[in-house]
Design a protein around this ligand. Structure first.
Ligand SMILES: Nc1ncnc2c1ncn2[C@@H]1O[C@H](COP(=O)(O)OP(=O)(O)OP(=O)(O)O)[C@@H](O)[C@H]1O
Length: 260
């Protein structure tokens, strides 16, 4: 089976600073890929090139064997750590807005039957993320966890095939985080998503992922720290029933990641 998403010799460079080098990856449809790595390793940069926010400086990215359009497309949705919701719009309008932009790109407004259909769709999505009783709240009236639920609804309303998560739960309290883990696992399955999640939380990476990738530099030049970029140094497929033992079987222990 060919991969949904393929990265072929992808490099990300800013001026003479090499951030990522020689990244080769095949990501299967339906997988949940966790990406870990030290601060500055280029995890967010990798998500940005997959999202289409920026082009790799070398190499190519293929979606269904077709080169990725150099722009954010509806097939990819994203949720960031910091809330990306619009403060002046209610929960329902925040979610509706994504559909309005997609269906009426010039005016970002829908009318009549199309608006009613879009509203019903937005409401259904908000019920799915647990905000069905909060349709008319504004972001300032909501907790951090609720705002992230809204950010997820905004990303999913356009029915992306790939959901990119950049430390989506990093700012949340542990109890709320556990609720969000249950939510994202359910949505991943219900919406047949392929998820790529950047996290600093190793436990989260192994708990949620079907595969864990670690990005780091293989080579260092102490005299020219920008000369070498990070690449995939560990690629661990997890049998979810054996998620805890998978690193040991690979000769890698959780301790290997402790400094990440
Ligand atoms: N637009 C840019 N111009 C120049 N340098 C950049 C740009 N974007 C990112 N960088 C640099 O690229 C490197 C990787 O940044 P990136 O945010 O991808 O790392 P990260 O692994 O996600 O880090 P963290 O875990 O701290 O969020 C950093 O050194 C950063 O300063």
């Amino acid at each position: 089976m060919s991969a949904l998403l393929s990265l072929r010799n992808v490099w990300v460079e800013y001026g003479d600073k090499v951030v990522l080098e020689r990244v080769n990856l095949d990501i299967e449809a339906g997988s949940f890929v966790s990406i870990v790595g030290p601060s500055g390793a280029g995890k967010s940069s990798l998500l940005r090139v997959v999202l289409g926010q920026e082009a790799p400086s070398r190499g190519s990215i293929l979606l269904d064997d077709t080169p990725l359009a150099p722009e954010c497309g509806p097939d990819r949705g994203v949720v960031f750590q910091r809330y990306s919701v619009f403060p002046h719009l209610s929960v329902l309008r925040n979610t509706l807005f994504g559909l309005e932009c997609a269906q009426a790109p010039l005016t970002a407004r829908l009318f009549g039957g199309r608006r009613r259909t879009a509203l019903a769709e937005a409401e259904e999505m908000l019920i799915a993320v647990g905000l069905g009783d909060n349709l008319h709240l504004y972001p300032a009236e909501m907790s951090g966890g609720m705002q992230q639920r809204l950010a997820i609804a905004q990303a999913l309303i356009k029915r992306p095939r790939i959901l990119l998560l950049d430390e989506p739960f990093g700012a949340l309290d542990p109890g709320i985080k556990a609720d969000m883990h249950a939510l994202i696992t359910r949505l991943w399955s219900d919406y047949s998503l392929t998820v790529i999640m950047v996290t600093h939380d190793i436990k989260e990476a192994f708990t949620l992922g079907t595969r864990v990738l670690a990005l780091d530099k293989r080579r260092h030049d102490p005299h020219a720290p920008n000369r070498f970029g990070a690449t995939v140094v560990y690629d661990l497929p997890l049998n979810k029933r054996q998620a805890v033992s998978a690193p040991a079987e690979s000769g890698i222990t959780i301790d290997s990641f402790n400094n990440i």
